[in-house]
Design a protein around this ligand. Structure first.
Ligand code: B12
Ligand code: SF4
Ligand code: SF4
Length: 345
């Protein structure tokens, strides 16, 4: 059943969105999003999708914390898909309610990328940046959006509407603890986490095991093989992976949970502090790199990820850790820092 909105204002729209099951919701002003594209060379802006959009209702749904306590990544991989479907449904219902109340609205595609946007490496909107602009969190060292409630363990989408809704303020404080934590860097199996940046192709080898690049590589190789070898490959693990991906999307993205699992930010981390304390992927070299990055930050060295433009989404006021959630984060960080000392894994 489509829910009804008698009057349309920001508070009512947010209340309805929460009632429909969103864990977090905020409003971003479309004009501000148009003025601040994440990458100006390929502007992911509402006006590029619809010139009539005035506001974006930004919705975040958390990934159940139990999945990160499981023995393998399979639980997170499946939950990712379930959460994304639920989130799309909430966004659709919100857009229907707005439209029936007289304000045209539609939900954006949360996971698709566009071939014309940096050769399919960008979505039409960057939903992380939507989240930051709607005041839900800030980008972390690993460029995930971190929220005080659930850290990075959320997926996000947006409802583009012609309704003029009061926007939420962007956060000036950095939610990420920063270089002194570096747990995402230590845990990354692909060693893709940079200094407020990410090597995406490296990440994709783990996060998209049966993704687009794996599929094109497989078929390019397949075409070169003699018939007997082709027959063997038809019964191999990779084709099975692509089949599962087509069937349930599982495996084509959202495969690697490590930077999400180990991040100590978020009230939900209390369930993860013990099982995620030790980081098996941690190496002395990664720890040293994290320390060098912390030192560079202290010196005020130039860090591209903290450029004048990018700092907007990282939190220009820096990490303060003074809020209630901040104190919790600091306590968690203290727990998590202990095992990072070499020899104490
Ligand atoms: C494509 C994509 C990927 C691909 C990219 C593939 C490729 N080869 O390019 C890869 C495989 C990297 C990927 C991985 C993951 N993804 Co992904 N992905 C997306 C998607 C669909 C589009 C991203 C996009 O448009 N980005 C836009 C650009 C401008 O943003 P950006 O690349 O982050 O760049 C900005 C900064 O990060 C910074 N920056 C980026 N790189 C660098 C490098 C340097 C050196 C510097 C200085 C700065 C810098 O500059 C930009 C301006 O601020 C989004 C959904 C969406 N529509 O937004 C999900 C999304 C970002 N992914 C998500 C998730 C959860 C993941 C994974 C955890 C995997 C998983 N388990 O699902 C990992 C996380 C990796 C990480 N630490 O960031 C969530 C993020 C949720 C969150 N809490 O942040 C999103 C938002 C999906 C969703 N709908 O919720 N993803
Ligand atoms: S998703 Fe995995 S491979 Fe990608 S940055 Fe996070 S930990 Fe690294
Ligand atoms: S693990 Fe630590 S450094 Fe990485 S994003 Fe989370 S708080 Fe920031």
């Amino acid at each position: 059943m489509i829910p009804r909105l008698e009057h349309v204002d920001a508070e009512r729209v947010k209340r309805l969105t929460r009632e429909l099951g969103a864990d977090l919701v905020g409003i971003a002003d479309a004009a501000v999003l148009n003025e601040n594209p994440p990458d100006p060379a390929v502007p992911q802006t509402p006006e590029r999708i619809s010139p009539h959009c005035r506001s974006v209702v930004v919705i975040a749904c958390r990934i159940p914390v139990a999945a990160f306590r499981a023995k393998s990544n399979v639980a997170v991989q499946y939950m990712d898909m379930v959460v994304l479907r639920r989130m799309d449904r909430i966004a659709h219902l919100v857009s229907e309610a707005l439209e029936r109340a007289g304000h045209p609205a539609f939900a954006t595609a949360a996971q698709e990328t566009d071939w014309d946007y940096k050769r399919a490496s960008y979505g039409r909107l960057s939903t992380r940046h939507l989240g930051v602009e709607a005041g839900l969190g800030t980008l972390g060292l690993d460029v995930n959006i971190l929220t005080p409630e659930f850290g990075p363990r959320v997926y996000l989408t947006g409802v583009l509407t012609e309704a003029v809704l009061e926007p939420d303020p962007i956060r000036a404080e950095q939610v990420c603890i920063g270089e002194s934590c570096s747990r995402c860097l230590h845990a990354c199996p692909a060693d893709a986490v940079g200094h407020w940046g990410l090597r995406k192709a490296a990440c994709a080898t783990c996060a998209q095991e049966f993704g687009y690049m794996t599929a094109t590589d497989f078929f390019a190789d397949f075409a070169r093989r003699p018939a007997a070898e082709q027959r063997t490959r038809l019964t191999g693990r990779q084709l099975f992976g692509f089949w599962q991906g087509l069937l349930r999307v599982v495996g084509s993205f959202g495969d690697c949970p490590r930077c999400l699992a180990v991040c100590p930010v978020g009230a939900d981390y209390s369930h993860l502090a013990a099982p995620q304390r030790a980081i098996p992927e941690r190496t002395e070299e990664k720890v040293a790199r994290g320390r060098a990055q912390a030192e560079a930050r202290r010196r005020g060295a130039e860090v591209p990820g903290l450029s004048e433009r990018n700092i907007r989404w990282v939190g220009p006021a820096g990490y303060r850790g003074g809020s209630v959630s901040g104190r919790k984060r600091e306590a968690n960080a203290a727990t998590s820092r202990r095992p990072s000392e070499p020899g104490r894994r």
